[in-house]
Every structure is written in structure tokens, then in C-alpha cells.
Design a protein. Structure first.
Length: 177
């Protein structure tokens, strides 16, 4: 579902871009409120201190801090990367037995206006599933974050060695990667 939502957001952005290319009758560039709002939403988010955990195969996590400097609440709904077959937004929760379990975060990551969201081992994070190549310390990973309003933010994070972040998974077939 997240992939189709992301694809829909990209298609909408492309359609808006093409509509804007036509230009106004007087030769001035055409703009739309939707296009301006999407640009504003993406421009109000910064991703700092980002990094990905090194892994040779399978899956790994991406961490950092997302800050919403805008005046509107935002929701990160999907992530795309060429470094993995898929990427998911994950949360870590107590499974009821005292064991911490990772699972897909339904509805995405909300970030209130003027607030930030910390992505960290043992907490909320981005999960890369089915790595397409080893991610070794010193490499970089490019990610595209998609927001509920259709805007996107492209970021690149370094890969680091890290021995933590080995939580278990709550279903979802993650063991296949």
C-alpha cells in the first residue's frame, strides 16, 4: 500500500509539473496552489544526523532527526530507495511479554508543526528490506521521503557500523529478506 501511495504521489507531482510547463497566456509561468503547497511542505522539513546501519545482506535501519519548521502538521507516509527492494516506516513496541518488537507504523509518522521526530535504534526508524547490495561503512544511501500531501524530500545518509538495533519483528514476513 505504501508503494502505491508513493507512486500516486509521484504521478500527481509529475502531472502538476507538466501542467505548470504550459505557461500562462501572457508568457508568465503558470503555478497552482497545489504545486505551491507541496513545495512549501517539503521545504519545511529537514533531516539531520541521518545514518544507516551497515549490513551485507537482508535488512537494515535508517535513523536521524526529522524537523518540521513549517506552520502545518505533516505526515511521512512512505520511503523509496534503490538500496533495497522495499522500505517501510517502523515503530518498536512492547509485545506484551517485555520483548521489544518492530512493526510497520500504520498511518505513517506524524510530525507536528514546529516539532521533530527522532528516528533511533529501539524506536521509530526507516527499515530497508531486501538490500540490493551490501551497505558498508563509508557508503551513502539516497532516500526519498513521501509526505501525506504528495510532497517529497530527497536525503542522503552515510552508512555506519553499529552493533545495536537488533530487535525482533512482529509478523509481516520480514524473515524472507
Amino acid at each position: 500500500m505504501h508503494r502505491s501511495l508513493f507512486t500516486s504521489a509521484l504521478a500527481l507531482a509529475a502531472a502538476l509539473s507538466l501542467a505548470g510547463c504550459a505557461g500562462a497566456a501572457d508568457g508568465a509561468p503558470a503555478t497552482s496552489a497545489a504545486n505551491a503547497d507541496a513545495a512549501e511542505a517539503a521545504a519545511s522539513v529537514t533531516f539531520t544526523d541521518g545514518w544507516a546501519k551497515a549490513a551485507e545482506t537482508g535488512m537494515t535501519g535508517v535513523f536521524g532527526s526529522l524537523e518540521n519548521t513549517g506552520s502545518e502538521d505533516l505526515v511521512v507516509v512512505a520511503v523509496e530507495t534503490k538500496a533495497a527492494e522495499s522500505a517501510e516506516l517502523h515503530e518498536t513496541v512492547d509485545d506484551g511479554s517485555g520483548t521489544m518488537t518492530m512493526r510497520r507504523k500504520e498511518g505513517g509518522f506524524p510530525i507536528a508543526a514546529g516539532d521533530h521526530l527522532q528516528l533511533e535504534p529501539g524506536g521509530n526508524h526507516i527499515m530497508l528490506l531486501g538490500l540490493t547490495a551490501p551497505l558498508l561503512a563509508g557508503d551513502e544511501v539516497a532516500l526519498t521521503l513521501a509526505f501525506e500531501d504528495g510532497s517529497t524530500l530527497e536525503v542522503t545518509v552515510p552508512v555506519k557500523d553499529y552493533t545495536g538495533a537488533n530487535e525482533s519483528y512482529d509478523g509481516g514476513g520480514h524473515g524472507a529478506h
